[in-house]
Design a protein around this ligand. Sequence first.
Ligand SMILES: *[C@@H]1O[C@H](CO)[C@@H](O)[C@H](O)[C@H]1NC(C)=O
Ligand SMILES: *[C@@H]1O[C@H](CO)[C@@H](O)[C@H](O)[C@H]1NC(C)=O
Length: 487
Amino acid sequence: MKFTQVAGVASLLVGATLAKEIPQDVERSKRLFANGLRHEQIMSKKHAIWDRQRAAGLMTAAYPELGFTACKDGIAAAVPGDKNNTFKCNNLDLYHFLPHTALGSKTGEGSSSWGWVAPSGREFVAIAQADGAAFVEITKEGKMVYLGRLPQHHEAKPIIWRELRAYRHYILIGSEAEKHYIQVFDMRKLQSIDPQKPVVFDTKKDITSLFRDLPIGRTHNVVVDEKNKYAVSVGAAPRSDKCKAGLIFIDLTDIKNPTSPGCASQDGYVHDAQCLPYKGPDTRYKGRNICYGYNEDTLTIYDVTDRTNATIISRTSYEGASYTHQGWVLDKSWQDYLIMDDEYDEYDGAGLAADGRPVTYIWDIKDLKNPKQTGHYKANHKGIDHNQYIVDGYVYQSNYGSGLHVLDITSIPKDPSGAGVHEVAFFDIYPEDDDKPDGGVLEFVGSWSSYAMLPSGFILINTIERGAFIVKLQTKSTKARGTRLGW
Ligand SMILES: *[C@@H]1O[C@H](CO)[C@@H](O)[C@H](O)[C@H]1NC(C)=O
Ligand SMILES: *[C@@H]1O[C@H](CO)[C@@H](O)[C@H](O)[C@H]1NC(C)=O
């Protein structure tokens, strides 16, 4: 406890001098990032831990199905007396858990997740696994009903990295496997499935289309600007390709025949991005299409209105940059701030993350040419941060071994130092590291992603080893509702 307090004070003190935007260090960038060295280091660390887990049988172990378990006195004891099924938590109840094996997977190994709400209000989610995407309906009671799956594209091998995003009633599925390409699947097919007879869809006949125009068929992620009817493949290796694994645009106007009008290679590899119709204070870009790129050592902002000739507006690094990973704007309808994580600063003990506790970086993007890092939020546990999405004033962060953490970020526009950001809930899906000093490990284990955008309030947490959890907030501050931070 003492240590916690001292560390808290220390981070406040250094907070004044660190967490600041700086120009990209061109030499360091060449040495460490542009050539893919840092990226390979991280991927090999991930392979090492996942190989160990696979060898120990943890990816396909018979984790038991778990039913509703209230979070009480800081724990959700889903199997009373079993530490392996007792989860530390606050303000989030467990509704359901199903292991990957019960979700039709032979390999396990969960990654991304996304959802679609049918016009009838029925809620469906896609749960990425190494060998495909599992489809599930979430009932009014918060139970997952397994409906079937779309296996990985038949020319590709299973691999843990599978990212997916919804575009209208379609789901776009990319993978780091060579020759996987991007599958386009129509989620409306799920509405007529009898859950007694889950359907394994055919990777040739049952898809709407397959976007093939990737250098070797792999992509790190795929993101979507629904309004402007395009998707973007990011991190499509190799870096030696003409697009340099940057932004590869995919026109979705004719969904049966997606084509690429061009790419943005100017800042090389893009790890993740958010692409939006621009709405915000920078009047120079009113009505333009903007992509916020998370580019390993920089936040790189692109004007992508002309997808045949996208341009860079700014490219900005920051103190402690170790692997700029992913982020989200606070408000899509007024893009004045965004938050971001760095996936390697905790591991590297860099900058604000020297103590191995996750750092959420706050950026003022009111001037798209000169983004400013105004502050940060520091987590109170050890671990690595990963994907995060903002819904209605809260950010939902999948922080690997420490699970899902929910922060109230409504204070940021008033106080961009981050001092007012506070945690309102968490659910730690990885009890395996709870006894470790500082309550966690700096390893790529546990939760990869969450999906908290369903109107019912049920939140899906996809985990690497175990499977999918459904949780729900016990209380939500009324302050967070109805603010301009909503969707
Ligand atoms: C947790 O449960 C799984 C599945 O039963 C098992 O394989 C694993 O060894 C358990 N882990 C611990 C730390 O007990
Ligand atoms: C591409 O965009 C740049 C910057 O807006 C502009 O100067 C250039 O003329 C454009 N090139 C083409 C071929 O449109």
